[in-house]
Design a protein. Structure first.
Length: 584
């Protein structure tokens, strides 16, 4: 079990900003999140935010619009080349939706994960150039490292526009590169997802071609899906795009998405980021992981209700299959770690026969279990070539650390939190040695790097646990990466034996019912997969401190406040009032 730190982000110097119509609790929390100016706070809380930037501030975007205009005038064929995850699927759909509103000579390709791999594939490009004869290829959510592939397209006279959001290498492809992360790009917000970058391109084209703005608005639902699913920060322009995109999703205007929501029992729900991250996104990803990601694009584009129903059911089956495959793979990886690599600070698991489509999810689960950077590798069709997916912890820049060993890789790309690569199997031992050595160096210089931090925004008493308080903090939604839910601390909750309840089929979930010392009413708290933590590790204490996020629970028409437990510890009367408390 890794160490965890309860980090109190509230300090004595924090002062809430007095703003008419805004609860001081909100302004205080936003102040702690770094949002301090009155104008910025109003923008953050607004139902109709305005924070967005001129697309032509993005390097090469104006030139990309010039090139596209030339192709349109000559009636050339435009080929959109995407990726097989939610970001790539929605980016591809977005460009197809946009262009098909006024132009027909356009098609798309999304590679098969197992056969073609991530990004531009040389053999695939040769076939596409031969069969579709594109005048222009526009990549979405990929292409930033495709130097050789772009050189091939150039040699065939195919124009190339790269739209991507992944971290560029030292050299850019010989193409028009629209990516806010390129070093010479002055675009003020760097954290758009791939679909967000594609959207900025359509913004530029809408202005140039003097098209109806509705052509942009109709695709905001796609940007919202990708923004959440690709786990980019929900701040600044992303927050603007997400808020309007969620409105669009909840209007149920896109037939295929509406049918999918009904299929996965979200038809009557108000869709929030959590639904996208844990239910909607995985269903689209499942198509690319165990079958063909193109079905996801077809679902989002189709106007045929029967076809939409067929695809939605297909994606549901794919997701069930993905879950089964994922669990088998995870169990194998955990056994391998326990037997061989438990002392490593950078966990690299290489096992033949894992399903390539789920190794990224498995890496993420291992990261959560051990709280260390993780790389999961498995063989491709060539048994000597292994493909891998990595996930990292806060403060450990996975892309920068692994880029130091790029000579070991055949392909490599990613960003601070995740990466993908392929390499020769014989290079795995050296990579494991070097990354573990580096991780131990970083750990030695910063002991807290490998400790999971739980940020507590305020200590609250029983009087705050009311519906009004929950409605107040709901103003800060939508939550997600970069705008995490504010967590609160409730101290000295007294739980009698009859208030300690195990829930769920496997009895792994925890429900506690008790009262704070001196309290006048019961408090209910629910913790998913918290039974082991409470009963085994903490030995079932009767007095606890709880870190939680409050929600309203509705059961049989009755509303009640429920504390969603993020962590807990035994209450200690003698514990000093320090800002941090470490424990196992």
């Amino acid at each position: 079990m890794y160490k965890t730190i309860w980090e109190n982000v509230e300090t004595e110097s924090d002062e809430s900003i007095e703003m008419q119509g805004i609860d001081p609790v909100i302004t205080r929390i936003l102040h702690q999140k770094g949002i301090r100016e009155a104008e910025e706070i109003h923008e953050f809380l607004s139902d109709k935010p305005k924070k967005t930037y001129d697309p032509f501030l993005m390097k090469d975007l104006a030139k990309a619009c010039d090139l596209i205009e030339q192709v349109l005038e000559k009636q050339g064929h435009i080929l959109v080349y995407g990726d097989y995850d939610v970001d790539g699927i929605t980016s591809t759909t977005l460009l197809m939706n946009f262009f098909q509103s006024f132009y027909t000579n356009i098609s798309y390709h999304i590679p098969n994960r197992q056969e073609e791999g991530y990004g531009l594939n040389r053999e695939t490009l040769e076939e596409l150039v031969e069969t579709r004869k594109p005048t222009l290829l526009i990549s979405v959510d990929c292409g930033i490292t495709a130097l050789e592939e772009v050189a091939y397209l150039n040699s065939k006279g195919v124009g190339v526009i790269i739209t991507d959001h992944h971290t560029p290498g030292e050299e850019l492809p010989e193409a028009l590169v629209v990516n806010p992360k390129r070093g010479d790009c002055e675009y003020p917000f760097k954290e758009l997802c791939g679909c967000g970058v594609a959207f900025k391109l359509t913004q530029g084209l809408q202005r140039r071609l003097k098209l109806d703005k509705k052509m942009l608005n109709q695709n905001l639902d796609l940007v919202a899906l990708a923004t959440v699913a690709d786990v980019v920060p929900l701040r600044d322009e992303n927050r603007t795009l997400l808020k309007y995109g969620l409105q669009r999703i909840n209007e149920r205007r896109r037939l295929g998405l509406k049918i999918l929501l009904e299929e996965i029992r979200l038809g009557d729900k108000k869709i929030m980021p959590g639904h996208i991250g844990f239910m909607i996104g995985p269903h689209f990803n499942a198509g690319g992981r165990v079958a063909d990601a193109r079905t996801g694009v077809e679902l989002l584009l189709t106007k045929d209700q029967n076809r939409a129903g067929e695809i939605a059911r297909h994606l549901a089956r794919c997701n069930e299959e993905r879950q089964e495959i994922q669990q088998v793979g995870l169990d194998r990886c955990l056994e391998e770690i326990e037997q061989k690599y438990l002392e490593d600070d950078f966990l690299i698991v290489d096992l033949p026969g894992l399903h390539e489509g789920v190794i990224g999810i498995i890496a993420g689960r291992i990261k959560e279990i051990y709280y260390r950077p993780v790389l999961v590798l498995t063989n491709s069709e060539d048994p000597e070539t292994y493909k891998g997916s990595g996930r990292s912890i806060e403060g450990f820049d996975l892309y920068q650390e692994m880029a130091q060993y790029k000579d070991l890789f055949q392909k490599f790309g990613g960003h601070p939190a995740a990466c993908g690569l392929s390499l020769d199997r014989k290079n795995i031992p050296k990579l494991r040695h070097e990354l573990n050595k580096r991780a131990k160096e970083l750990k030695k210089s910063n002991q807290e790097l490998f400790m999971k931090k739980i940020k507590i925004y305020a200590k609250v008493g029983e009087e705050k646990l009311q519906k009004g308080f929950i409605e107040t903090i709901q103003q800060m939604e939508p939550y997600g990466m970069g705008n995490e839910k504010p967590l609160f601390l409730l101290e000295d909750l007294r739980v009698p034996d009859q208030g300690k309840i195990r829930l769920g089929k496997e009895k792994t979930h925890l429900k506690l019912k008790g009262r704070v010392t001196g309290g006048k009413r019961d408090v209910e708290a629910l913790g998913f997969n918290m039974v082991e933590r409470y009963f085994e590790q903490l030995k079932s204490p009767n007095a606890i401190d709880v870190v939680f996020f409050p929600e309203m629970n509705v059961w049989n028409g009755r509303e009640s406040v429920q504390l969603m437990i993020q962590d807990l510890r035994a209450h200690d009367e003698e514990r000093s009032e320090t800002k941090r408390q470490q424990y196992y």
